[in-house]
Design a protein. Structure first.
Length: 619
């Protein structure tokens, strides 16, 4: 499934727990002016040794689409943040809304009309001026074409009308107040290019390069599951990036990516295992960053795949429709063991849907609601619900069918495999069988509803609206042949009611309370079992990268940020072809990575929620 951040994912507000702030190796940050990007000879091919003035990032997640209207995986949406501007961005210090394509914004007293002033100094990479008309066309297309609303339609479903009275003025009229108007995570595209597109469901934007955009980078080349290349946008209004080329290189195997980092063939590797991180801490010219993450790691249960037209499909096990079975599975998952043994302490035990990093929205179950690890109680719940053990010790339903489940596993994610073994052991003691099905791509069976359970995960944005929206009835596919924007087919009217209430609530405290109620409801249904909040465990070469911005600036991550700060701000070392000085005319700021700081770019494995990460890792 599509996972966010939107991606989006998926997919970063300040952290909440003190232990989350203990970022290994990260010292106090310093701010310095961003130097002007140096001119350099053309960079080497994607499979060449990283160097000269090329920044190479290892990734393990496939690109689902280069169309901003379709992309939902973390790698894809992260690249779109580099290629296109949004109306607003997030401050790398504290994730508060700051100007993007829009320099300012105001709302009418009734909050139903929002007016944005569009900057005059943003140009498309083909030389044409970016205007309010581009933004109006982008949003209107999403409002009028269901296919164009595939990835980000939740942001525009409440829009009544979008207009551009003049090149610098964008007006959005709403049906009812909408709390996300300063957090519309939608890439704005050039009208003069995209108005020529016919079927948005089939256009992946991957045939003609360079791709026209107005972000800090321009996409220049792409080969499926090999690499995607970008060059600096020399006219970017914040100033051009410092590296002459940015390459995202695909590695199916995480150990191979780490070996490439050690050889200097890549500059940055994300989603390290604890063992890999430990091995790299003593490696020459390599820094490891262990920071609070913006993702959650979960088990998703097939609630009975269905579409908006009322048709059911897929082959999910019917026993999982019973709340008692889901509760028993919940009770038989030892989250403490997962954090200690699988993540080796580089994670926080899972509770609510929103990670602790987003303090005001973080929720955790208390008292009788909390389903702590209790296998004896799990046995009792199954017995009382009529799922008895047969002579072979297998749990069976009233129909005599054994409780043998399948769980979709990402073949590129070692955490999926490791946790799968623990689940087989824990659930096996209950008399429940589990087959761990590890695939290179879990998208096909997931979209078809051909699964019982699946390892899931999303990157959460500073505003949680998107990652909550993927569990609403409105995101179900229109028909079984469509994909929709749902994570795993959840459709709960109580959850939907709370979602609608938070979407129009401007009072921060009241909205946060509604978001917590939504998490409580999601927890009680048992369709989502949040097991852990993994740290951002990543590493980069200090002989290639002199400095780079983390988000948040204090103990933050580099890969999968809500913005383009890391790759836009990265400064090459003198040995990598950079000037090593801080001279130049760029206006941004960067975070100086001290002797103990390490940056790791994520090999996006789970969905990773712009946001997503279900089927192959949403943003």
């Amino acid at each position: 499934m599509v996972m966010v951040t939107k991606v989006p994912p998926r997919p970063v507000a300040p952290g909440r727990l003190v232990r989350l702030l203990l970022a290994a190796g990260v010292t106090a940050t310093t701010l310095a002016a961003v130097p002007q990007a140096a001119q350099a000879a053309p960079a080497a091919e994607g499979d060449a040794k990283s160097g000269g003035n090329t920044l190479t990032v290892a990734v393990s997640q496939s690109i689902d689409s280069l169309s901003p209207f379709l992309a939902q995986k973390l790698t894809s949406t992260s690249i779109h943040r580099l290629a296109y501007e949004y109306l607003t961005n997030y401050d790398p210090k504290d994730a508060k809304p700051i100007p993007g394509l829009a320099t300012s914004w105001t709302s009418s007293p009734d909050k139903l009309t929002w007016t944005y002033t569009i900057r005059k100094d943003s140009k498309w990479s083909d030389g044409q001026q970016a205007t309010a008309e581009d933004a109006a066309w982008t949003f209107t297309k999403m409002m009028t074409d269901e296919n164009a609303a595939t990835a980000n339609g939740s942001f525009t479903s409440n829009f009544r009308k979008v207009s551009a009275p003049d090149p610098q003025t964008l007006v959005i009229e709403l049906k009812k107040p909408q709390a996300t108007m300063t957090a519309l995570d939608v890439p704005i595209v050039p009208k003069h290019v995209w108005e020529k597109v016919g079927d948005f469901s089939k256009f992946n934007n991957d045939k003609q390069f360079p791709i026209v955009g107005n972000g800090p980078y321009v996409i220049t080349d792409f080969k499926v599951d090999q690499y995607i290349k970008l060059k600096p946008n020399k006219s970017f209004w914040r100033g051009a990036p410092k590296f002459d080329e940015l390459v995202f290189k695909y590695y199916k195997d995480g150990d191979a990516a780490v070996a490439a980092l050690q050889k200097g063939e890549v500059s940055f590797v994300p989603n390290l295992t604890p063992a890999q991180a430990d091995a790299l801490k003593t490696a020459k010219n390599i820094k490891v960053n262990d920071a609070p993450g913006r993702r959650f790691f979960a088990i998703a249960t097939n609630p009975g795949a269905r579409s908006k037209d009322g048709k059911t499909f897929g082959n999910g096990h019917p026993a999982l429709l019973d709340p008692a079975v889901r509760k028993a599975l919940f009770l038989a998952v030892d989250r403490t063991a997962i954090v200690d043994k699988v993540f080796q302490g580089h994670a926080v035990e899972g509770e609510g849907y929103i990670p602790p990093r987003f303090g005001s929205y973080f929720w955790k179950p208390e008292g009788a609601q909390k389903l702590a690890y209790d296998p004896a109680k799990a046995e009792q719940v199954l017995d009382q619900a009529g799922y008895r053990k047969n002579g072979a010790g297998k749990r069976v339903g009233k129909d005599g069918r054994p409780l043998d489940f399948r769980i979709l596993c990402h073949a590129t994610d070692p955490n999926d495999k490791a946790i799968g073994k623990y689940l087989q052991e824990w659930w096996g003691k209950l008399g429940i069988g589990l087959k761990v099905e590890c695939l290179d791509s879990v998208s096909d069976p997931w979209l078809k509803g051909d699964y019982d359970l699946a390892f899931d995960g999303w990157s959460v944005n500073p505003d949680p609206d998107y990652v909550l929206s993927i569990h609403t009835c409105g995101t179900l596919p229109a028909t079984p042949k469509d994909s929709g924007a749902t994570d795993n087919f959840i459709c709960d009217r109580q959850f939907d009611t709370l979602y609608a209430q938070q979407a129009v609530e401007y009072d921060a405290a009241k909205r946060a309370d509604l978001v917590k109620q939504m998490q409580s409801r999601l927890y009680d249904t048992g369709y989502m079992n949040i097991m852990a909040y993994p740290n951002a465990l990543e590493a980069y070469r200090t002989d290639q990268i002199k400095s780079i911005t983390t988000m948040p600036e204090a103990a933050g991550n580099l890969w999968g940020q809500d913005g383009y700060w890391s790759w836009w701000s990265a400064v090459p070392t003198a040995s990598a072809g950079g000037s090593g000085s801080d001279g130049g005319s760029s206006t941004g700021v960067i975070v100086g990575i001290g002797a103990a700081v390490v940056v790791v770019v994520g090999l996006g494995v789970l969905l990773g929620l712009r946001r997503r990460s279900t089927a192959d890792d949403r943003e």
